[in-house]
Design a protein around this ligand. Structure first.
Ligand code: 3HC
Ligand code: NAI
Length: 696
């Protein structure tokens, strides 16, 4: 047997045990081991049934993604599954943890499936831009029904073992020890003379609703806009109703390999590893001691404070909210309560859970209470003097080992830390609005932040289900520093000839969650206006400046909150409608700036805005503000609505080819001036024929 798969016996039951940490993925050695185990069990006359189970934290979590795109080694998964399905002795999968992708497919090639109640089953291949490659689209709908099978393949979400039992995917729920229970179940099947049930033999009902698949295609075209794989999954489930089983399997394999070669799948696989890579900090090793954060205090009960507090309550961690007066605290608490109540109303949270979470949030107006918590997150007004005052007080009242974090979005974390006697305990935790919804957490490492504080903050990010990404200290950190050029180009394009709706449509069709001008309306145009006014005196007058956004604010149009900004909004409706006055203003401004408006292609809109992100991203990488290009990609995917199927701005640039991106950046530099000075790293990689990310 192989190193990672063992065959053993308990009485008349053969046991194949896969032990291939971390997740028992179906790499070559595991495939070979299962095939050998089936052969051993079949050849042994004393063995009457075979149990397939896994050691460690989970059943098989899928094919080994790291093998994708590499030379293939026999036996393939299909051959292993055939051996299982054609076995003359019942093969029983014993599932714990997660049976995902190829893992669930392996279980479905068994004759019976048992599982512990906490197990989960799913076909998440679609999240990697793929379809299953070993029968997921052909076997799963035969077991759970066409609609559920198609949804599980196209949506990728797993179901619990108990739901799986209700729908025929799991045959038996095991209480207590899984292996003991699975062996007992196998013995019972043998004693009962249970048949060799093969999923391939299950027939579909005759009355398949005519519009089932078209309706699903429409649904997924909407909720997974721009993604190819959900549609291909639905097509394959439909094919399973029309083709004989073996032909359906062949078709699935063909589509699997087509998807594997697609840019979308490469992008999604890149992000799978990027997410896991983000928490690996080269000089903060895995075994860095961390502190258990058992209590938190959030300073400031405003827009961000309330949302931040909800994250902790959602994760079961007690949290206190503080503001300057009891009235402000109460106001903040009532917004939190309203937010939870809305979720309950939508049926996405039970009243009981809401009560539990509210029970974990308490409030105070007494600053000295910071002395009772493990971590403080400051989310007060964005004014350096106020932040310094607050951190001075934190230094006085916090416990020596408490983490003191700031949610500042623009201020210098080192300057804030410098007012304390323990800058090593200070870190930036930059949440994104709405803080209880957005997955991104930029973790800002100050010059003196200790490794323990960094490691603990990453641990906290995981506990509250955020994607933590490390940033160095600079104006805007990674995400907002990059977005600056993107928004700037969007406005310049408007000045040069495009209308807001054209700029936004081009980027929406590219896959962005919303266009940059609509995004400005959502965030509030007054926020950046105030910053621009503050910076006016020191602004470099040689650099191009568009006054259009300022003039829109001067019309008291601050965006959605005032019923209009770049666009108009009807009360209670976030749909943007073009505004004639704004369009008139735009045309007048172009004229007064001496710009003769021209037709601008969608391609130019995308290049100008996205390459602005890429060029700044390259500078950020070069300066060491970001550790790696994939961190920048994660930030844009989880915090800025960048299309997942494009893998993030840096991966997108890699796919376009850095020599092409560099060429356009040089042309823009020539045409539009200093903002477009090519990043030296972009120039270097382009000339060397290299990429930001390791591809393939
Ligand atoms: N192949 C290779 N490596 C994998 C893997 C896989 N399928 N799944 C997880 N890993 C690795 C991770 O990269 C990570 O490595 P690292 O420690 O070096 O960073 C390690 O296993 C642990 O993973 P997580 O940090 O994600 O651990 P969690 O406990 O948080 O989650 C999990 C476990 C739910 C299994 C999660 O890892 C997961 O969702 N994995 C992917 C599942 C998947 O997509 N399966 C389908 C694969 S495609 C397929 O099967 C095609 C088939 O149809 C032929
Ligand atoms: P806000 O104005 O909604 O809330 C700030 C709260 O802090 C107010 O309730 C105020 O009373 C309170 N406060 C002021 N001084 C205080 C003090 N000395 N002690 C205790 N409480 C005090 O502001 P918002 O939007 O919540 O922003 C807070 C911080 O989060 C800022 O640093 C901001 O830059 C940052 N941020 C904001 C984002 C956003 O989209 N609003 C996104 C990311 C970061």
């Amino acid at each position: 047997m192989s190193d990672v798969v063992q065959f053993s016996k308990r009485g008349s039951i053969g046991i194949i045990t896969i032990d291939s940490p971390p997740v028992n993925a179906l790499g070559h050695a595991v495939r070979q081991g299962i095939a050998d185990g089936i052969a051993a069990g079949t050849a042994d006359d004393d063995v009457k049934a075979i149990v397939l189970h896994c050691a460690g934290r989970t059943f098989i979590a899928g094919a080994d993604i790291t093998e994708f795109g590499k030379p293939f080694k026999e036996p393939g998964l299909d051959a292993v599954m055939n051996a299982m399905e054609q076995s003359t002795k019942p093969v029983i999968a014993a599932i714990h943890g997660t049976a995902l992708g190829g893992g669930l497919e392996t279980a479905m090639a068994c004759h019976y499936r048992c599982a512990v109640a906490t197990a989960k089953c799913g076909q998440p291949e679609v999240n990697l831009g793929l379809v299953p490659g070993a029968g997921g689209t052909q076997r799963l709908p035969r077991l759970v029904g066409l609609e559920m099978g198609a949804e599980m393949n196209a949506g990728g979400a797993p179901i619990s073992a108990t739901v799986a039992k209700d729908h025929g995917l799991v045959d038996e729920i095991i209480e207590g020890d899984l292996l003991d229970g699975a062996v007992a179940y196998a013995e019972r099947l043998v004693a009962e003379g249970a048949p060799l049930r093969r999923v391939r033999d299950i027939e579909y009902p005759k009355d398949i609703p005519a519009d089932l698949f078209d309706n699903l295609r429409k649904k997924y075209a909407k909720i997974k806009r721009g993604f190819e794989a959900p549609q291909r999954n639905i097509d394959l489930v439909e094919a399973s109703t029309k083709l004989p089983f073996d032909e359906g399997m062949k078709k699935e394999q063909e589509v699997f390999f087509e998807c594997m070669m697609s840019v979308q799948s490469a992008a999604q696989r890149h992000l799978f590893f990027a997410e896991r890579q983000a928490s690996k900090i080269p000089d903060v090793p895995k075994d860095t001691p961390t502190k258990d954060i058992k209590s938190v205090m959030v300073l400031g009960a405003g827009t961000m404070g309330g949302g931040i507090a909800m994250n902790f309550a959602n994760a079961g961690i007690p949290v206190k909210i503080l503001d300057t007066t009891q009235e402000l605290v109460d106001k903040g608490m009532s917004i939190v309560e309203k937010n939870y109540a809305n979720t309950v109303k939508k049926g996405r949270l039970s009243q009981e859970k809401m009560d539990q979470r509210m029970g974990l949030i308490s409030s105070t107006a007494n600053f000295e209470d910071v002395g009772s918590v493990d971590m403080v997150i400051e989310a007060v007004f964005e004014e350096m003097d106020i932040k310094k005052d607050v951190f001075g007080k934190l230094d006085k009242f916090c416990r020596p080992d408490a983490i003191m974090a700031t949610n500042t979005s623009t201020l210098d974390v080192d300057e804030i830390a410098a007012v304390t006697s323990r800058p090593e305990q200070v870190i930036g935790t930059h949440f994104f609005s709405p803080a209880n919804v957005m997955r991104l957490l930029e973790i800002v490492r100050g010059a003196k932040t200790s490794k323990e504080v960094i490691a603990t903050t990453f641990k906290v990010a995981k506990q509250i289900r955020k994607v933590g990404v490390l940033s160095g200290v600079c104006d805007g950190f990674i995400g907002n520093r990059m977005i600056h050029g993107y928004s700037r180009e969007a406005v310049f394009l408007v000045e040069e000839g495009a209308l807001p709706q054209q700029v936004d449509a081009a980027l929406y069709n590219f896959g962005m969650a919303m266009g940059p001008l609509a995004m400005g309306d959502l965030a509030g145009l007054d926020v950046s206006w105030r910053i621009r006014k503050r910076q006016a005196a020191t602004r470099d007058k040689n650099l191009r400046y568009s006054p259009i956004a300022d003039k829109i604010c001067e019309m008291d149009r601050y965006g959605q909150k005032t019923g209009g900004g770049w666009y108009d909004y009807k009360p209670g409706d976030r749909t943007p409608h073009p505004n004639a006055e704004v369009e008139k203003l735009i045309l007048e401004e172009s004229k007064s700036l001496g710009i003769s408006r021209r037709d601008i292609s969608d391609e130019e809109i995308i290049e100008r805005t996205i390459y602005a992100l890429v060029n700044e991203g390259a500078k950020i990488l070069e300066e060491g503000i970001a550790l790696r290009a994939s961190d920048i990609d994660m930030i844009y995917i989880s915090g800025y609505g960048f299309p997942i199927h494009r893998g993030g701005p840096m991966f997108y640039a890699d796919c376009v080819g850095l020599e092409n991106v560099y060429k356009r950046v040089c042309e823009f530099h020539e045409e539009h001036g200093a903002f477009w000075k090519p990043a030296p790293l972009l120039e270097q990689l382009a000339k060397e024929g290299k990429t930001f990310n390791k591809l393939g």
